[in-house]
Ligand binder design. Sequence first.
Ligand SMILES: [Fe+2]
Ligand SMILES: [Fe+2]
Length: 253
Amino acid sequence: MELNRKRRDFMRNAALAAAATFTPGMTFAQKADAVEDELERRLMLAQGMGMGGGTTEPPPMPEKPTITDFMRLRFYDAPDGGIRQNSHMLQSANLALKAGYDEKVVVACALHDTGHQIRRVDHGHWGSNLIEGYVDEEISWAIKYHQSLRFFPDPDYNYEYPEMYIRIFGEDYVPDEYQKAHHDYAKGHEWYHTARVITVNDVYGWDEDAVVDYEPIFELVAKHFRTPPEGLGFDNSHNAHFWRSIIWPNRPL
Ligand SMILES: [Fe+2]
Ligand SMILES: [Fe+2]
């Protein structure tokens, strides 16, 4: 698949801006995260989120928040109280939906970078920890491993190493050893396809002018997600505190 020129320019400019922030000693994964940060920041700017994009107090949430509340008020929220329809995750899920992938793949794409709301480093692992127990294990597994798979090509899926990374890091990049180990493990796993397809749709989910019809995606996520009756964050699960951290990201105590 060819990236169109506009999208290619968008990614190139973001990659160059991110490269200017690199410091000596940064690992390959840290540089890649800096690039994704810049891409996300530019998407937010395109919908009027401001330069700080998310540094202000987020909107309050219901007492017993559902996964739909988290999508509406945290994952894809726009400054006017609506949905940020060019959100990177929504774009990825929309591409998967339009391409006719399995519902689980669409849900995985819709939630694949939620780990960013907790920590940048190892965002796939944080995102997986966030949703484990609430979705089919295949979905949380795939989100965990998309993080490492994105650095390795797979011709069977027409997944080439993203061109913006090659431009920044050169052809002779060497991903961290643990990322390679996770890739090698995932490649032989029965759920490899689901994780790999996240990376395929990931690459094309950066159109600043995208306007995604999000309702069908919300419906699919809600269908595959087991929201507890107490609300996410309040069911005393082993990962309930992850959800509370997203509800109150700035709470000091
Ligand atoms: Fe990601
Ligand atoms: Fe992503």
